[in-house]
Write a protein that binds this ligand. Structure first.
Ligand code: CDP
Ligand code: MG
Length: 718
């Protein structure tokens, strides 16, 4: 059943001796040999020459190939070897997810035998591991968009590969539109100069195309520079290349024949009321009853993953010693990269890996050794209601296309099994494919960036799938209310320009810009960093009371924002006292211990500390005043009200709240420190929709501040 030009026998589902006895101690030479062998065995290896030819002959190329065929790791190396990054130019590869950018860059660096950050590097928001010698650069699609702000012609890149285009993230979609224009502009500039140079050579003088107003205005725009043409490659795992091909004027599409072994699909008889519990039972069923092979479980986020991780560990303890040979690997976007990489390392012989992943493992990250997939059928996705102007992250059923991708992961190295934790008739009810993100998210962020790049006509922008007019209008309105746009809908100076420079949601950028006026930028920096990560507190079911008591030490009667600041400062204080003379590893270790004692999620806190130092750099470069409001937290709360006025709500009877902007009835989430006090008026940062509409990350404010600090909105309302 193996397809493609590869001779993989379907019986051996353990290639590469992954479970051989000394696999953890292989020396680096044999590891390199193994990697070389592995590279040669990938489906893409046999078509290297043909692919290079295709890239040479086509300025835009669409490559479709099954997950695991070697697109992401190999193609950039092929291009490098074929000389595509001569003259110090870069081969750029965009990924929708941070994890993929990091893990793939590390893998490719290893394959090339270099340190990551040298020839092969990566750059993601808040982490740049590249240098002047980087020639293959992996990055998130959002990051390349940001680069286009500073370098509109992306002049350092000779090739840009938009990977995982089928994911259709909002950044990928905007990037495709932008790259289309950049490519046209660069080839115009190149041809213009070529033309001129050849005429110059002929006539011995420079001939200007004076009569062509279009090329004159273009030359003005790019300041007469000569850019080399740009090669564009769109890669996708799904089979539908048509939409990309049509968008790029009938661009050529090639398919890489992958390999896929049969995967048996199992459904449950009935709908499962608790899919986490069902996943747990299935993990142990496989472990006890099935042959060797690793298990991949798709969950929706960090919290779910961590709770399943704990439950599996607990249950393992109850098993006899020789049945405990399970090793758990979580993998999700905000996991620190060293921990993400562990999932790829071989484990002790006789053990089985259980990988608990978000949908990053659907296509972005290829983990070898998977034979069993457990698919509860859900994903955390953004939804946006333009009429209400509110965006939320909700757990929704996956699409059929996603279900197929997920089950496919079990059949890469041999026949596999996929356990769908829902009945077959539920599968039939799923949507065929996932709606592009641009159709279900708040567009303020990308509109702000497009405006900063000089794209003023957003409605006329050449999107691959146009967002609805109402969504665009609502986002423009939001940016206007935040003061980022002028009455003429142009980027305002300095507020809009400053906001566009920060790699944050516009509301958070505005909060930072305002905080420097309110003299509380130190506090706001911490707040924004803490709000940028997944939940800081964790409360295991069995230690709920202890966790609550621990949280009380930090909690502020004013609200969650100040509580988060208290946690951050307490961790700072704790480290200040101890870190003198300690190495990073030791610091991390004592911080982990402190977190554990205080029921703080150490991964989230570490991530927040990283984010904090990165944003601090940005605001310092922008010349914003980094001051603290000291004990005057009233000032800080007023700043929160001035920044988050679009998310203000007022108490109604029965302790529910009405959001001013949308009229929605919401409740305070039980995790908030204000859950019991229920103040009269609040601002919040997040709306979570389960069976109720909950708001999270809340601060108590005075209603009158809204009319005073956001008259542009609240004067209009009354
Ligand atoms: O992009 P595509 O899904 O076509 O494949 P890839 O990501 O280039 O992966 C090719 C192979 O490299 C797979 O067999 C992965 O298991 C392996 N790989 C790895 O071992 N470690 C990584 N960090 C990334 C990929
Ligand atoms: Mg890939």
């Amino acid at each position: 059943m193996a397809q493609g030009g590869l001779n993989i026998s379907s019986g051996s589902h353990r290639p590469n001796g992954k479970f051989s006895k000394d696999s953890t101690k292989v020396d680096s030479f044999s590891r390199r040999q193994k990697i070389l062998q592995h590279r040669k065995s990938l489906p893409i290896a046999s078509v290297e020459r043909r692919l290079i030819e295709e890239v040479r002959n086509n300025d835009i190329l669409i490559i479709v190939g099954e997950t695991g065929s070697g697109k992401t790791t190999q193609l950039p190396q092929f291009l490098f070897n074929a000389g595509f990054s001569r003259d110090g130019t870069i081969i750029g590869v965009t990924q929708p997810r941070r994890v993929a950018a990091v893990t793939v860059a590390k893998r490719v660096a290893e394959e090339c035998g270099v340190e990551v950050g040298q020839k092969v590097g990566y750059s993601i928001r808040f982490e740049d591991v590249t240098s002047s010698s980087t020639r293959i650069k992996y990055m998130t699609d959002g990051l390349l968009l940001r680069e286009a702000l500073l370098d509109p012609y992306l002049s350092r890149y000779s090739v840009i590969i938009v990977d995982e285009a089928h994911e259709r993230t909002v950044h990928t979609d905007v990037l495709l539109g932008l790259l289309k224009n950049v490519q046209i502009a660069r080839s115009k500039s190149f041809n213009y100069h070529l033309d001129n140079e050849s005429k110059k050579a002929k006539n011995g003088m420079l001939v200007e195309k004076e009569k062509d107003p279009q090329s004159i205005s273009f030359l003005k725009e790019c300041q007469g520079k000569k850019f080399p043409p740009l090669k564009l490659i769109i890669m996708s795992a799904s089979l539908d290349a048509r939409i990309f091909s049509e968008y790029f004027g009938g661009a050529r599409a090639v398919h890489i024949q992958g390999r896929q072994f049969p995967v048996d699909i199992f459904y449950t008889y009935h709908a499962e009321p608790d899919y986490l519990d069902a996943a747990l039972i299935t993990i142990f069923q496989i472990h006890m009853e099935e042959g060797p092979g690793d298990i991949l479980v798709f969950l929706t986020g960090q919290e779910e993953i961590e709770s399943v991780e704990r439950l599996v560990k607990e249950r393992l303890q109850k098993l006899p010693e020789n049945n405990r040979k399970l090793v758990i690997f979580p993998i999700f976007s905000s996991l620190p990269s060293e921990q993400q990489m562990r999932v790829f390392a071989p484990i002790q012989a006789g053990f089985r890996k259980v990988i608990l992943a978000t949908n990053i493992a659907e296509t972005s990250v290829t983990i070898p050794g998977i034979k069993y997939v457990i698919d509860p059928g859900f994903v955390k996705a953004r939804t946006y209601d333009p009429n209400k102007g509110l965006e939320s992250l909700v757990v929704v059923p996956i699409s059929k296309a996603q279900a197929l991708q997920r089950s496919g992961r079990a059949g890469r190295e041999g026949p596999g099994k996929c356990f769908r934790l829902y009945p077959e008739f539920e599968f039939e009810k799923l949507e065929d494919s996932t709606k592009p993100e641009i159709k279900r998210c708040n567009l303020s962020n990308v509109i702000l960036q497009l405006k900063a790049m000089g794209v003023d006509d957003i409605i006329g922008f050449d999107f691959i799938d146009k967002p609805s007019r109402s969504a665009i209008v609502k986002s423009l309105e939001q940016l206007y209310l935040l003061g980022a746009l002028t009455d003429e809908c142009k980027l305002s100076d300095p507020v809009g320009c400053q906001m566009a420079r920060l790699p944050l949601d516009p509301v958070y950028s505005k909060a930072l810009v305002l905080a420097s006026e309110f003299k509380c930028l130190e506090e706001m920096l911490i707040t924004v960093a803490m709000l940028s990560v997944e939940s800081i507190f964790y409360a295991p079911r069995e230690k709920l009371e202890e966790a609550r008591t621990a949280m009380k030490c930090f909690s502020s009667p004013e609200g969650d924002h100040q509580t988060l600041i208290n946690v951050y400062r307490a961790s700072d204080e704790f480290l200040e006292k101890r870190k003198l003379g300690l190495g990073q590893e030791k610091i991390d270790k004592i911080l982990r211990k402190w977190c554990k004692e205080n029921f703080i999620n150490s991964r989230s806190l570490r991530h927040a500390r990283d984010v904090h130092s990165q944003i601090r750099e940005h605001v310092e470069q922008m010349g914003l005043r980094l001051e603290s409001c000291g004990d005057d937290m009233l000032q800080f709360r007023r700043c929160l009200a001035a920044s988050f006025f679009l998310n203000a709500a007022i108490k109604q009877h029965e302790g529910t709240y009405r959001a001013f902007s949308t009229g929605q009835v919401v409740q305070i989430h039980p995790s908030s420190v204000l859950f019991r006090t229920k103040p009269d008026c609040i601002v919040f940062n997040e709306l979570v929709q389960t069976n109720h509409k909950y708001v999270r990350n809340i601060t108590r404010i005075d209603y009158l501040w809204l009319t005073e600090l956001a008259p542009q909105y609240y004067a209009m309302q009354s």
